[in-house]
Design a binder for this molecule. Structure first.
Ligand code: PLP
Length: 389
């Protein structure tokens, strides 16, 4: 028996995952649909986090607040403990989320019309946020190889050479869950330095390492190029706190940090909700045993789904190294995406994400979120099989 066998009942709680499927999937009734799409978990966070939030609620001090030294120290300690990465408290800025950080970083450190490079398939907001901030998105596809993706550095360099100003890295990669190795990260740094490109490294999935995989923050490898790297991290994916909305940005370049904070102030985002640092601090200071148990549980869920679904002809799944999302290759099924989604939703009553949301390279894949109880995973596998039967 694991604590993760128990899940929260999230239907009718204003949950994006459970309560917005009518709109997202254009369905009139979703009461019997099992959602395994958007990236949050069905689990309660560590009890230390809930207790700290309850204490804060009881104290009822909700005036303007700032992020105290203890919360910053909790971040410094977490980076040291998890990644042997030494950072200074002064290099940390805060944001309501990685996505608002991304928008503000682009506003602060690039100009309207500048080119921003991404490697596809990629998390959808990394297409839309630069575009809606009047930046031009340039894509460079990753290359599928042995069930994983690799960089084509020749194509990557050609893309950078087109006067690109910023590169958004996703490490571990969403949707694939790949943890980029040090050689790959060093080559990204070398090429971005050659073309004087800012690196925005989104490492929100970093803590979700499975089966002994090891995440390396790109900035740790940057050496003399450290000032061209901005790292975005958060406890929200790790500890299921997305609704609390807290993320942080690490940069050693004081000028970049000042510009970023000026944009935060200009948009009225100079401070956080007072619950946010409370949750962050409790999660980092006391959440590690919960996280270790979670990762074993997720790994087991993944093993089950992979073992079951890869028995179906035309389905291939490589186990990710870091995330709770599975990237299911259905390209050999002989169904187009519309047919596949229709069968899953109408026959299987299962809501997964269609791969084309992640760029054309994702077409023919499905993204499945297995951060739920093992019973739910078994139910999902049965629904998937029914949909394809
Ligand atoms: C790679 C990646 N970056 C950013 C986010 C969103 O982060 P936030 O909720 O902090 O804006 C997600 C959420 O799924 C994600 O997968």
């Amino acid at each position: 028996m694991s604590i993760f066998d128990q899940t929260l009942n999230r239907r009718c709680t204003n949950s994006v995952k459970w309560d917005t499927m009518e709109k997202v999937y254009e369905l009139s009734d979703t009461t019997d649909i099992l959602p395994m799409w958007i990236a949050d978990m069905d689990f309660a966070p560590p009890s230390a986090v809930s207790k700290a939030l309850q204490k804060h609620a009881e104290e009822a001090i909700f005036g303007y607040s700032y992020v105290g030294e203890e919360a910053k120290q909790a971040i410094v300690d977490w980076q040291k403990k998890r990644y042997n990465w030494h950072i200074e408290k002064e290099s940390i800025s805060f944001s309501h989320g990685v996505l608002s950080a991304l928008a503000n970083i682009l506003t602060a450190l690039t100009q309207q019309g500048d080119k921003v490079l991404i490697s596809t398939p990629f998390y959808p907001p990394f297409f839309s946020i630069p575009k809606s901030n009047d930046r031009e998105v340039v894509t460079c596809p990753l290359v599928a190889q042995d069930g994983t993706y690799v960089y084509n550095f020749e194509a990557f360099e050609q893309a950078l050479a087109q006067n690109v100003k910023a590169y958004i890295l996703c490490n571990p990669h969403n949707p694939g869950g790949y943890v980029w190795d040090e050689a790959t990260l060093k080559e990204i740094i070398r090429l971005c330095a050659k073309y004087d490109v800012l690196i925005i490294s989104d490492e929100i999935h970093a803590d979700l390492m499975l089966d002994g995989a090891q995440h390396t923050p790109l900035a740790k490898l940057a050496g003399d190029e450290i000032n061209r790297v901005i790292t975005c991290m958060a406890p929200t994916k790790t500890f299921n706190l997305a609704g609390i909305q807290v993320a942080y940005i690490i940069t050693t370049d004081k000028k970049k940090q000042m510009l970023l904070e000026a944009v935060n102030m200009a948009s009225g985002q100079g401070s956080l909700n007072s619950f946010a640092p409370v949750a962050l601090q409790a999660a980092y200071a006391e959440g590690l045993p919960w996280l270790e148990e979670l990762l074993l549980y997720i790994s087991n869920n993944m093993n089950y789904v992979i073992a079951e679904l890869t028995q179906l002809p035309g389905i291939h799944i490589a186990k990710p190294q870091g995330t709770y999302l599975l990237w299911i290759d259905c390209r050999q099924l002989g169904l187009n995406e519309k047919e596949l989604m229709q069968r899953l939703l109408e026959v299987g009553k299962l809501a997964l994400e269609p791969g084309s949301k992640y760029g054309e390279e994702g077409r023919g894949f499905l993204r499945m979120n297995v951060a739920c109880s093992f019973d739910t995973v078994k139910d999902a596998v049965a629904r998937f099989k029914l949909a394809l039967s």
